[in-house]
Design a protein around this ligand. Structure first.
Ligand code: IVH
Length: 666
């Protein structure tokens, strides 16, 4: 035999050894060779592939470490749409789901499975070889992530049979992997990933597969779209079949014959959930019989034969170590719970608002209490209750303060209301909060000026009020003398302040912090009056004649402008726009109230025009990507913002998607 043929034979042997080793380690959890042996074989294979590049199979186990870099994610239309699942939240809704199926004349058996918290993937194999991995996308079109899928060790590159098949499942990150990753990110000063799902999504949407390989993603396969093709009659058989092909199938599934069986499964996993190595957010209930599934059919979005029971908001116990008071821009003083840090739904909770005195008293909270904390999804955490049975007698009763914690002036309580207010207009905390409000996302939307920077610039005497924001250019040198302020970041902030002068009137109106004027009323007033001058001339009666404006709001507006003529004149002098620019009052689910970043060029439409269109639907367009960004529009030749979006797992719109959405606006 010649050398090449020898090498070829050895490649086949090594591929089998390494694939088997991977399978035993990552799917069966039953390693058969040591890590050292694995590395030795892998190195040998890499060496042969380097010497004979023709022998490097695209599905070689050497591809597990990544290396392939793509310049964009290609779109792939799913052969069959990737549907989502309808949700149920309680026993009654589970009974409704079952009743609807029975009404169709069926007596179903169900398979209960864990609902894995990750992102779904379609894997396509030809002749037993992995040819494509695709994200769900919008269900019809997904993105090609093959290069990254190959780095997930439990996903077979070659099946045990040389068949053509598509399977679907969930890519996820184990809890311990996220912890490890976040510890590294913290050290490197990078933003932490909020939860396993974002972490998995961000990791799989990498152009460079070496990054994905390092994220140690995991996978369970739970769905075979075309079971009849393989003569399969039940979902359980499909799971068994996919397992026999080499896929990792979650063994924690159960066939049940009625609702009691479903409820028992849910009760058991609710108990065990926190001990699982991966996050689950519910239980998926599927009709087992495939013929029955097909007869029940599908809606546009969901199969009618399956549903997802979602766990209620997670509650955990922690200690209320203190109650501290904060002062808002209106002077309102709020008690806040200081908590022993706990992780709820994947994020660490240290504080929770306690709203006001009455709220704390109604819950009878004491400092030192063990309390339960609840958080649902991305919702703000709340203190549910104190565990009175855990009291030791050393708890300290709550006492409302009567002096402003910042300026020590006496607090006042408005009769009939729960809140206490600091009345001192020069209270530093109130001023700081007013500036923070002015620059905030819903107001003037000045990026880069976070709460801490505002507070510091205030304390250092550089800004005492909102008009001072426009003087930062002249103070640049002095500010830079303080640690932590680089010229580049400062220039960026000043640039953002400058461009915010062009904002439409409603942002200014909201940013001024007039009592009773939220974003909605600000928009209403701006569109009714068109200019600030016109609004300032309006009488209480005129204001009240507008639908949705009551007498309290009308009074507040008139009183505000009466006492703030100088401020408005100063802002006008500075060049802050005071006219309403909105051309429509329309809303669009994809745009309204979302925060966008644009990078690269989109054919046929300028960046300014995109920005204006988005803003006319009340979106915010900012310069840099942060975890608060909702969508990044990526055109041709994008900058580093694209990479930032991928790292943070933020939704990306390519040219086609952007044009489709923008062209469909009225
Ligand atoms: S079955 C046609 N089974 O939950 C049915 N989905 O909220 C396809 N998911 O899009 C889905 N664990 O990403 C199924 N055991 C499981 C699941 C599961 C997690 C995800 C999947 C789906 C989403 C629906």
């Amino acid at each position: 035999m010649n050398e090449f043929a020898n090498a070829q034979k050895r490649v086949a042997e090594l591929t089998k050894i390494l694939n088997d080793a991977n399978y035993n380690y990552y799917v069966n959890d039953n390693p058969q060779i040591t890590d050292q042996e694995y590395d030795k074989y892998l190195r040998e294979l890499i060496n042969i592939e380097t010497e004979y590049p023709d022998l490097a199979d695209p599905n070689s186990p050497t591809k597990r470490v990544g290396g392939q870099v793509v310049d964009k994610f290609n779109k792939v239309v799913h052969e069959r749409p990737m549907l989502s699942l309808a949700n149920v939240f309680n026993e009654d809704e589970i009974r409704d789901f079952d009743a609807k199926i029975k009404k169709e004349g069926f007596t179903p058996e169900y398979v209960c499975e864990y609902k894995i918290d990750g992102l779904s993937v379609a894997l396509i194999y030809e002749q037993g070889k992995l040819v494509r991995g695709v994200t769900r996308g919008d269900g019809v079109t997904g993105e090609d992530i093959t290069h990254n899928v190959k780095t997930i060790k439990c996903i077979p590159l070659t099946l045990s049979k040389p068949i053509d098949i598509e399977v679907r499942g969930e890519i996820f990150m184990n809890k311990s992997t996220l912890q490890k990753l976040n510890a590294e990110r913290e050290k490197a000063g990078q933003p932490l990933l909020q939860n396993v799902r974002n972490a998995a999504a961000g990791s799989i949407r990498q152009l460079d597969s070496r990054i994905t390989a390092k994220r140690e993603l995991d996978n369970f396969i739970y769905y075979l779209p075309d079971p009849e093709k393989y003569g399969i009659k039940t979902h359980l058989e499909a799971l068994e079949f996919m397992k026999s092909l080499g896929f990792k199938v979650n063994p924690a599934n159960r066939l049940v014959s009625d609702i009691d069986g479903i409820l028992k499964f849910i009760a058991e996993i609710t108990e065990k959930r926190s001990k699982l190595p991966y996050e689950i957010d519910g239980v998926v209930i599927k009709v087992n019989n495939i013929a029955m599934q097909e007869k029940l059919g599908y809606t546009a979005k969901y199969p009618k034969w399956a549903t997802a029971y979602k766990f209620p908001a997670e509650e955990v116990l922690t200690k209320l170590t203190d109650i501290i008071f904060t002062v808002g821009r209106t002077g309102r003083v709020t008690p806040n719970a200081v908590l022993e840090p706990v992780i709820v739904m994947g994020s660490t909770i240290r504080r929770a608002t306690l709203h006001n005195e009455d709220y704390v008293l109604s819950k009878n909270l004491m400092i030192g209490d063990t309390v339960s904390i609840r958080k649902a999804g991305d919702v703000i955490p709340e203190v549910v209750e104190a565990k009175f049975e855990r009291r030791t007698g050393n708890e300290i009763p709550f006492k409302m303060i009567h002096e402003c914690p910042m300026c020590h002036s006496e607090l006042q309580k408005i009769a009939g209301q729960a809140d206490y207010y600091c009345q001192n207009p020069d209270c530093p905390k109130r001023n700081i909060e007013s500036i923070i409000h002015y620059v905030s996302r819903d107001a003037m939307n000045i990026e880069g000026l976070g709460d801490e920077i505002v507070e510091e610039l205030y304390n250092l005497g550089f800004i005492k009020n909102i008009t001072d924001l426009y003087t930062l250019e002249s103070k640049k040198k002095a500010i830079m003398e303080f640690d932590g302020y680089g010229e580049k970041s400062l220039n960026k902030i000043i640039e953002n302040i400058e461009s915010s002068k062009n904002n439409s009137l409603e942002r200014l109106l909201y940013g001024l912090g007039i009592k009773e004027i939220g974003t909605k009323t600000a928009k209403l007033l701006a569109s009714e009056f068109g200019t600030l001058d016109m609004l300032m001339q309006a009488t209480e009666e005129e204001l009240e004649s507008i639908r949705d404006i009551g007498s309290i709001t009308a009074k507040s507006v008139v009183a505000y402008f009466k006492s703030h003529q100088d401020l408005i004149a100063a802002l006008k002098e500075i060049g802050v726009n005071m006219t309403y620019k909105g051309v429509n009052n329309g809303t669009n689910d994809l745009i309204t109230n979302k925060r966008f970043v644009i990078t690269g060029t989109i054919t046929g439409i300028g960046r300014k025009e995109i920005k204006e269109k988005l803003e006319s639907y009340n979106a915010r367009v900012s310069e840099s990507v942060s975890k608060n960004t909702d969508v990044v529009i990526v055109g041709a030749n994008p900058g580093s913002k694209y990479q930032d979006a991928l790292t943070l797992g933020i939704t990306i719109w390519d040219e086609a998607k952007t044009l489709e959405v923008l062209n469909n606006l009225q």
